[in-house]
Design a protein. Structure first.
Lengths: 142, 433
């Protein structure tokens, strides 16, 4: 149920992101989802990739600052109210979300990547409410 | 106008005799009262009796900023504490400030040299002087204040900052003289334009600016926007504060008040005394100071001395604007900053290592300081609030150690250039030469 997310520190410099995507491409690593949190001087790139350990290693070898973070992937229907229902469950159970990002997978489903203050609590809560969760093996396909 | 013709226009021979007498007395005094100097003189094989005149000054050992640091806070004082009537301090390299004490007579002497300085800028008792230097441990505010009172001018002790108020009092009180750092003067000038204040309503005629390096271009700009004549004043806390030297109306260097502060120019590498006209490190012996007399204090400022008689009639030597430092000290917004202070802050914090680069620039005539700090991999977080928290902690620690604020930029590890030997820690883009 736990998904490994790669977090990378990126200075706001032209070409820095391109360097990173180049390294992943050269190593045949697919990016399934990503988001960037940006400040004036730097950004934090968060992404879900196939083979995260390998990806982290090749990026570190090229001088990137990388961290593997545990997140949860929640699969919701790609319909009006789909996200709202899921978030309602999370907030009703007092789980705080640090950040999240989402991508649509196919026409009828969407995946929401969530970093919560308590990973285990959010997994328990979502499972109790029969929400579909992304499994590690799913990542390569999404 | 000359405030004290007797001392400011003294014949060289007579002045040297006076200096010799004062050095002789001072050496005897510190030998008797300051263990540090007694040991230092003994080590150099000098007895107070060996010093008979100014010619022997060059035989005496130097005093450095490190000596002041080693004897923090009161170790170099030559009088017992009850004789001290005031302290001032400037920021030091390791978080410990440089402390200077003043006796009643020291304050009188300081007021005297500032009064001489202000008179050079044409200040008289008919003037209203707005002192916009900071008041407090920094010597700028109170130094100018007492000198201005001695002249009899009306002092507006507004201190630094609060630019709106500065403009209001310049306008409403009709201040005729402004005393502050040159960068603040430029800022006040710009604010004047921004606030659309009619320059004809302003009575300012002169500015007394110092405590940080500035260029001729900046002088021209300040003079133009404020409609004043801008004068350069020099000083350092260790010697007395502002009023060590000052420009007269001919502005051909700053006259040093040599009867109190005996100047020498030395080769910073060998310590050898250089003749007038040669570039070297400025050294002062403040021979008349009671609380903290120093023997041959090395200022680390690089400049030249000129002894040809000035058109103003003063015989005092003139020093050029300092062209640089013989150490790595930076003067930012009038505050002394050493890269080693930044290093110590980063070393003290568990989340950072001392991989940093200081970028100093000047925007709209105000100094800016950015410190780039490499993020450590183990403290990298995927959450913005964590990284921003770290950035703010660094910022707060830097600000409390340096006494001025800096913007902190987190950069990727390994991106700050590591050179062989001495790392490049500072990029100064201000172009002050």
């Amino acid at each position: 149920m736990i998904i490994k997310q790669l977090s990378v520190f990126l200075e706001n410099k032209t070409g820095r992101l391109t360097e990173l995507t180049g390294i992943l491409a050269d190593n045949d690593i697919n990016i399934s989802a990503f988001s960037i949190a940006d400040t004036a001087d730097y950004g934090i790139l968060r992404m879900i990739v196939g083979r995260p350990e390998l990806a982290a290693q090749v990026l570190k070898d090229s001088g990137f600052t990388v961290k593997i973070t545990d997140v949860v992937g929640m699969i919701i229907p790609n319909t009006p109210g789909g996200l709202h229902k899921a978030l309602q469950i999370i907030s009703d159970n007092s789980v705080a979300i640090e950040y999240m990002y989402a991508f649509a997978s196919g026409e009828c489903k969407a995946t929401v990547v969530i970093r919560a203050d308590s990973l285990h609590k959010i997994i328990d809560v979502l499972q109790e409410h029969k929400m579909e969760l992304l499994k590690e093996g799913d990542v390569i396909q999404v | 106008m000359i405030w004290n013709e007797h001392y400011e226009c003294m014949e060289r021979e007579e002045l040297q005799k006076l200096q010799g007498q004062r050095v002789k007395e001072m050496v005897k005094r510190v030998y008797d009262t300051v263990p540090f100097y007694r040991n230092k003189l003994k080590e150099a094989g000098i007895e107070p009796g060996d010093i008979k005149g100014i010619e022997e000054l060059k035989k005496l050992p130097f005093t450095t900023k490190q000596d002041l640091r080693d004897n923090y806070p009161f170790g170099l004082f030559a009088v017992p504490q009850p004789e001290i009537v005031r302290f001032h301090a400037s920021s030091g390299t390791t978080g410990k400030p440089t402390v200077v004490g003043y006796t009643h007579n020291d304050i009188q002497m300081w007021s005297e040299v500032v009064a001489r300085s202000l008179t050079m800028a044409g200040v008289t008792k008919t003037d209203i002087i707005q002192v916009a230097y900071g008041y407090g441990l920094f010597t700028g505010g109170l130094g100018l204040h007492y000198g201005a009172e001695k002249v009899g001018a009306s002092v507006v002790p507004i201190s630094g900052g609060n630019t709106k108020k500065q403009l209001q009092l310049i306008e409403d009180f009709g201040s005729t003289v402004l005393a502050c750092t040159p960068s603040y003067a430029a800022f006040i000038g710009e604010s004047l334009v921004e606030e659309k204040i009619d320059p004809r309503k302003i009575k300012l005629k002169a500015g007394v600016f110092g405590a940080e390096p500035w260029t001729q271009e900046m002088r021209a700009q300040i003079e133009q926007v404020l409609g004043i004549k801008a004068y350069d004043i020099y000083g350092l806390t260790e010697i007395i504060g502002p009023g060590v030297s000052m420009e007269c109306q001919f502005q051909r260097g700053m006259h040093i008040f040599e009867d109190h502060f005996i100047p020498e120019i030395i080769n910073p590498d060998t310590g050898e005394v250089l003749p007038y006209g040669e570039l070297g490190e400025l050294v002062f012996t403040p021979a008349t100071k009671e609380a903290m007399p120093l023997i041959r204090y090395r200022t680390r400022d690089l400049t030249r001395l000129h002894a040809e008689q000035c058109e103003c009639g003063r015989t005092l030597v003139r020093m050029e604007k300092c062209v640089g430092r013989s150490d790595d000290m930076l003067i930012i917004r009038g505050v002394n900053v050493f890269p080693s202070q930044v290093e110590s802050v980063l070393l003290e914090m568990s989340e950072t290592k001392p991989h940093y680069l200081i970028v100093v620039d000047r925007e709209n005539n105000l100094d800016t300081m950015e410190i780039q700090v490499e993020i450590e991999e183990e403290f990298f977080s995927d959450e913005v609030k964590e990284l921003e928290g770290l950035r703010h902690r660094i910022k707060a620690n830097i600000s409390s150690t340096l006494g001025i604020s800096a913007s902190i930029r987190l950069v990727e590890p390994g991106t700050i250039e590591r050179s062989m030997g001495k790392a490049k820690r500072v990029i100064d883009k201000r172009n002050l030469q």
